[in-house]
Structure formats: structure tokens, C-alpha cells
Write a protein that binds this ligand. Structure first.
Ligand code: GLN
Length: 200
């Protein structure tokens, strides 16, 4: 099975490890350079993107991870992880940087007070067997998509209908929502497939 790392600086690491193991991957937390070097793919969990950005630099992982992403490391970013993989961010805090990789502009904390956190069903291109239950927690949305990136999911109803919440670009996948908290492992399965295609 592929070895998939979960960036373990901050955020909900354990839930991702569990979901990855459930779909047959070998999942390992990543806090150091040597651990990063050993993975075939990486999950960037939700949490607080500016905090994770600071910790990446404090743990000397920012440059090595950027380089691996540039070299084609498959990565899946959820929520704060989506922000970290985006090329551009609106509403970033002063000094906040991203790793980049996906040709999108994301807006932090986009959904606003009324729907700060909410749940809804939606479908994702590449995921079969019915809609996915999506949990949003102070989530970003994708404000603008460049030519290299492909929209694979949108909010389908309610006040945020039409907002882009899932994007793919080659071996990179990002979602605004948190599939690791629902017990539905189809997003993790899709990512493990992406990692598998990359290795073959
Ligand atoms: N609002 C957080 C941020 O800007 C993301 C929230 C999350 O990951 N659940 O990083």
C-alpha cells in the first residue's frame, strides 16, 4: 500500500490517519523532514492555516515541502489545508504565506457569520454512489479558478449555493469541507487512488 503522511503540526490529524487506514493506505504523521521524505502522498488537515504556516517554518518543513510539491508530490488539503495549497489567498493575516500548487484564489472564513459552520450534501466529480455529506467549519471557498485547475464540487443549495468547494489540479486535491469527521471515506479513497496513479 502507499505510504501517506498527515501533516501533524496542528489540526485534526488522527481523524485523517484513521480514514486513510480504513481505505487501505499506510498512514503516518509527518513532523520532520525525514518523515516527509518517506511519504508517497500527504494530507494537509484542517486547523488554522496561519498557525500551520508558522509551524511549517518553525519545524523547517516549509521549503522541503514546497520543493516536494513542485516536484509532483500528490497532496490533499482540507479546509486550512486547502488554503495552504492555494496559490493566492484573500483575507490572509499579515505575513501569512501559502505553499501553493493549485491555481486558485481562496477566501479565508468565506461563509460569514450566518453560515459560519454548516453541513450540506453535495456531489464531487470522481466520487460515485451518491452525494457526500460535507461539514464546513469556518471554511474557505474558492473565489477564482485559474486555467490549470478544475472545479470538482460546489455547494448545491442554501445561501452559499454555487460556491466552489472542491478543486483538482493533477495530483493535488482540495476541499473546503472536512470528510474525515463523517465516517464516509470516499474522499480519502479518491486521494489514495490519485497517489496510486502517480506511483504506477
Ligand atoms: N478558518 C481556518 C483558517 O483560516 C480554517 C478552518 C478549518 O480548517 N476548519 O485557517
Amino acid at each position: 500500500p502507499p505510504t501517506i503522511g498527515v501533516l501533524a503540526l496542528q489540526g485534526d490529524v488522527r481523524e485523517h490517519v484513521r480514514a486513510l487506514e480504513a481505505v487501505g493506505a499506510h498512514a503516518v504523521p509527518v513532523r520532520r523532514r525525514s518523515e516527509l521524505d518517506a511519504v508517497d502522498g500527504l494530507v494537509l488537515p484542517g486547523g488554522e492555516s496561519s498557525t500551520i504556516d508558522k509551524l511549517l517554518r518553525a519545524f523547517d518543513l516549509y521549503e522541503p515541502l514546497r520543493e516536494r510539491l513542485r516536484a509532483g508530490l500528490p497532496a490533499y488539503g482540507s479546509c486550512a489545508g486547502m488554503i495552504l495549497l492555494a496559490d493566492r489567498v484573500e483575507g490572509a493575516i499579515e505575513g501569512q504565506r501559502t505553499l501553493g500548487g493549485i491555481d486558485v484564489t481562496v477566501r479565508r472564513n468565506a461563509f460569514g457569520r450566518q453560515v459560519d459552520s454548516f453541513e450540506t450534501d453535495l456531489s464531487i466529480e470522481g466520487i460515485e454512489d451518491g452525494p457526500l455529506h460535507a461539514v464546513f467549519i469556518r471554511a474557505p471557498w474558492v473565489e477564482e479558478v485559474g486555467p490549470a485547475a478544475r472545479v470538482v464540487g460546489r455547494v448545491e443549495g442554501g445561501p452559499a449555493a454555487g460556491r466552489i468547494v472542491a478543486v483538482r489540479q493533477g495530483p493535488l486535491l482540495v476541499t473546503s469541507f472536512h470528510p474525515e469527521v463523517t465516517g464516509d471515506t470516499r474522499v480519502h479513497r479518491l486521494f489514495v487512488e490519485i497517489v496510486g496513479q502517480d506511483r504506477s
